[in-house]
Design a protein around this ligand. Structure first.
Ligand code: PBG
Length: 338
């Protein structure tokens, strides 16, 4: 029997043995093509008013809405771990139809930006620019006649961006998927003297089922309808390229793709086509899936988490916005082979 098998097997050509380079941990490390670094990770943080307030977010285990003082404490830990930056989302005490809290200089995000700036931490300070956390109806813009009014929303987004830049934001991230939002922000920032404030455009943002936990955290679930009238159809890749093209032309410094795992092909295409830094947002629902499976013992949180982040970078993202930023930075520091 054994004789028979040996006689029939085709010899493996000497040059075709890729396993040679997988033999030891040292060899594997030497030939590793994609390496994660803490400095490319950005942690989203939800900021609320008050002092010493921490409200856990049920669907994002380990994450909480934090008051400004606790946001600063959290950012200090992140800086010590070597994380690259923070992306701030504000949750106001009161929401209204026009989302006026978005551009309130005394709101949670500007307050946190001033406090973080004062603390002088080596982190990139980024602020999300959108209306949905601030509007009573939960949509990303001004609603008139049951529709989100694109052009009426632009000045409000621009105002918010200027308020955040005034407060010390290094980067503003328009996420409302309004047409022309990057151009509107660039013009307003420049007019206010903020020529050095960068724009990270949520260029290709799909109307996704994976934002659920974020909406729980921000209380931003639309009160009626959904976001498909402004966020992109996840079926469309050419349209995603067009969105990115427009944002580059409007002055985006960084292009962002979101959600990350359902857009790996878009990242790969964008990496070939555009010469600006690319970011991917590993969104709340993607992390929630991992957390839920890990909690049940169905997945190993650390290895599944690192594999996920590595795949996002391998696809083309140089920056990854992820709720795993702190843990991943810790894992990377603990294990030099990673
Ligand atoms: C605001 C915004 C959302 C996310 C980032 N910015 C929610 C949405 O569009 O409904 C989602 C992020 C996440 O799920 O982690 N427009």
């Amino acid at each position: 029997m054994r004789e028979l098998l040996r006689a029939r097997s085709v010899p493996v050509p000497a040059a075709d043995r890729p396993r040679r380079l997988r033999r030891t941990a040292a060899l594997r490390s030497l030939v590793k093509e994609t390496r994660l670094a803490p400095g490319q990770l950005v942690m989203p943080l939800f900021v609320i008013n008050g002092r010493d307030r921490s409200e856990p977010i049920e669907s994002l285990p380990g994450q909480a809405r934090l008051s400004v003082d606790l946001t600063v404490a959290k950012a200090r830990q992140l800086a010590q771990l070597g994380v690259g930056g923070v992306l701030l989302f504000g949750i106001p005490d009161r929401k209204d139809d026009d989302g006026s809290g978005a551009y309130d200089p005394a709101g949670p995000v500007p307050s946190a930006l001033r406090a973080l700036k004062e603390a002088g931490m080596p982190l990139v300070l980024a602020a999300d620019v959108c209306m949905c956390e601030y509007t009573s109806h939960g949509h990303c813009g001004i609603v008139s006649g049951g529709q989100v009014d694109n052009d009426a929303t632009l000045p409000l987004l621009a105002e918010a961006a200027v308020v955040y830049a005034d407060a010390g934001a290094d980067v503003v991230g328009p996420s409302g998927m309004m047409d022309g939002q990057v151009a509107a922000l660039r013009a307003a920032l420049d007019a206010a003297g903020h020529t050095r404030t960068a724009i990270m455009a949520y260029a290709s943002k799909a109307a996704s089922a994976f934002y659920g936990p974020f909406r729980e955290a921000a209380g931003s679930t639309p009160a009626f309808g959904d976001r498909r009238g402004y966020q992109m159809d996840f079926s469309n890749a050419r349209e995603a390229m067009r969105e990115m093209e427009l944002d580059v032309r409007e002055g985006a410094d960084i292009l962002m793709v979101k959600p990350a795992l359902t857009s790996l092909d878009l990242l790969a295409r964008a990496r070939k086509r555009f010469d600006v830094p690319l970011a991917a947002y590993h969104v709340s629902g993607e992390v929630a899936m991992l957390e839920a499976a890990a909690e049940r013992g169905w997945l190993d949180r650390k290895s599944a988490g690192l594999e996920t982040l590595t795949a996002i970078v391998r696809a083309g993202a140089g920056i990854v916005i992820t709720y795993l930023a702190a843990d991943a930075a810790r894992w990377l520091r603990e294990d030099p082979a990673l």
